[in-house]
Design a protein. Structure first.
Ligand code: SAJ
Length: 417
């Protein structure tokens, strides 16, 4: 049995590796030649615990190889990005379209095509249309249902970055076939390595399910973030408040922070809002609350700077501000789509040459921060130099930190609690 995984990124590569590890012949396809070459050497181009070992082993055993051009296979899994474009957050399906057009020429009767990318409702049907247009000689589920030559399903990925190799195997899986036979074929494939349940539904529900999971989290984080702003105004410690409220058996409030980052939770809710703008009021508002949190944090830093000026008599350009944490969440090195990074950049615009960054999970700063003259310093370095500490991420190193009491702290993660 040969399967092909199109898109060898944070989801595609671990998925390809998991299938190869369980005995299937896997052909990985990517448009990035560097990624293809890296994988064929048995290495990886992304950071994910335990992935390197599996890829190395599977490549060495000849179970996994990468290429730029699609080849025939029995099943195709599409795991390409689905970003949005422009100010109205319209989903950009161009990567799915290119992937469909790339695999269409090698499809044959009996093949299964699975869309794994997080997608707006209707994307799987759209993908099936692109495939059908490219291959008028084959039949597809939208044309003749269970009699179709090609089976199509949407099976959204739901793994947590940093725990992908474990969650891929243990998590339950939603299987959204365009027909029952499509779902059966997809279930049989995932059962190769998935220990969780494979639960069958239709493609549209599967699409909405994935968006719902991330919107649920976004709305709940927005609730926590809104509470933190209200409590600040009312002079109440939000961390104490949340831990008290969470003593109620049916209350479970998430943790406020400096904003919501990553590639999923800050993106996926827009797919719902864009599709049903008049109906998705709460989901839309949650997005705005979370997206505005970084600016509120910057306002708190400005207040802290004024307080230092009043206390010490220093001039404004003598003040040093240390930003603790740049990653989008604790104990990872991923700085992309990170509100902490955005806050640091914006502070550097307002306080040039006065910003220090502490990020224990990276060796060097992204180019933009270096251009802004931000220096990467150790935690001890920051504690000895800075007048204001801005805790943006609750990395484990910061939780152990001893405060000297000399600095003002803007603590967006409640690590002092
Ligand atoms: N965050 C808070 N407070 C919290 C929890 C999270 O501010 O209490 C922030 C984080 O700091 C981060 C952002 O939210 O900036 C998102 O982090 P996360 O750990 O909640 O989620 P992701 O983006 O790493 O992964 C999510 C997961 N979805 C859910 O938990 C519902 C994962 O299972 C999905 O597979 C992934 O999105 C995805 O690919 O869609």
């Amino acid at each position: 049995n040969t399967i092909s995984v199109i898109g060898l990124g944070y989801i595609g590569l671990p998925t390809a590796a998991a299938f190869a590890q369980h005995g299937l012949n896997v052909i990985g396809i990517d448009v990035n030649k560097k990624a293809v070459d890296t994988i064929n050497r048995g290495n990886i181009h992304i950071v994910e615990p335990d992935l390197d070992v599996v890829v190395k082993k599977c490549v060495n055993e000849g179970k996994l190889r990468a290429t730029l051009t699609p080849e025939p296979a029995d099943a195709f899994l599409i795991a390409v990005p689905t970003p949005f474009k422009g100010d109205d957050y319209e989903p950009d399906l161009s990567y799915i379209e290119s992937a469909s057009k790339a695999i269409a020429p090698v499809l044959k009767k009996g093949d299964l095509v699975i869309l794994e990318s997080t997608s707006p409702v209707g994307a799987t049907e759209q993908m099936a249309e692109w495939l059908a247009e490219a291959r008028p000689d084959l039949t597809f589920p939208q044309q003749n249902g269970e009699q179709s030559d090609i089976r199509i399903a949407h099976c959204p990925e739901r793994v947590l970055p940093g725990q992908v190799m474990r969650e891929l195997i243990e998590n339950d899986r939603i299987i959204g076939g365009m027909t029952q036979k499509c779902s059966d074929a997809a279930t049989a494939l995932y059962k190769v390595f998935v220990k969780g349940d494979c639960i069958v539904t239709n493609a549209r529900t599967a699409e909405m399910c994935k968006l719902t999971e991330n919107s649920f989290r976004d709305v709940n984080i927005a609730f926590a973030n809104e509470l933190s702003i209200i409590c600040d105004k009312l002079n109440i410690n939000v961390w104490e408040l949340i831990s008290l409220a969470n003593r109620h058996p049916r209350v479970n409030i998430l943790r406020p922070g400096c904003g919501v980052g990553g590639h999923c939770i800050a993106v996926d809710p827009w797919f719902i809002v864009n599709k049903t703008p008049d109906l998705a009021k709460l989901i839309h508002t949650a997005r705005l609350v979370n997206d505005n949190k970084p600016d509120w944090v910057i306002g708190k830093v400005n207040e802290a700077v004024i307080e230092v000026l009043q206390k010490t008599g220093k001039s404004i350009n003598e003040i040093k501000i240390a930003c603790l944490g740049l990653a989008f969440k604790p104990d990872i090195d991923d700085l992309r789509e990170s509100p902490a990074l955005k806050i640091t950049e914006k502070l550097a615009e307002k306080y040039p040459n006065q910003i220090l960054a502490v990020e224990p999970n990276v060796e060097e700063l992204p180019a933009k921060l270096t251009e802004q003259n931000i220096s990467l310093v150790s935690l001890d370095g920051a504690l000895s130099i800075a007048d204001v500490l801005v805790v943006l991420v609750d990395h484990r190193e910061f939780k152990l930190m001893q405060f000297t009491g000399n600095q003002l702290i803007v603590d967006t993660k409640g690590i002092k609690q």
